[in-house]
Write a protein that binds this ligand. Sequence first.
Ligand code: IMP
Ligand code: MG
Length: 187
Amino acid sequence: MTSENMPLDYRFSKVLFTKEDIDKAAQRIAKLIDDEYKNTDKIPVFVVVLKGAVMWAGDLLRHIQSDLEIDFMNISSYHGGTKSSENIELISQLSTDVEDRDVLIIEDIVDTGLSLAFLKDLFIKEMGASSARVITMLDKKAIRKADVEVEFAGFEIDDVFIVGYGLDYKEIWRNIPFVGVINPEVI
Ligand code: IMP
Ligand code: MG
């Protein structure tokens, strides 16, 4: 196939979730958050886990009406391929003091759960947060290695490598406006 006659999405064998599907999931979870915080004077801290959670965080946060703070943390666990790594590297820290605060971790995907377990421990044990829960776009339940609770999930998916909507393969395709399965012929 030449680049001229390739359909635009030759890169993907399947679209799993469109941006409309994702927005609906964001709306559903935002409502749960609003119901919990609307009559309280608590201001939770939403921590967006870079880079993958950026698009999902944008959708989710736009639907939440309660007062909140946003911060970012960059961790790396994949190192480029299609298998999770067990070594989690903290690339950049929070700039917010989360002591005695509710932390809501915004993640793109929980796969082995090792990154999430690392983050929950960091917020609770090292930073003294009063709670650390996760709002993940996708939950790949089947291959969990860490015993960690996933409080809010947009969708549960099987063990298939997906990209788009923030998720990458070797740092590319984060900008694709849907969650898709890679065409095995292109990797
Ligand atoms: P963990 O295995 O739960 O620690 O997940 C680590 C990270 O791996 C996630 O935050 C994603 O950035 C990445 N990841 C896991 N599964 C996929 C996938 O199917 N596609 C792209 N990235 C993934
Ligand atoms: Mg990630």
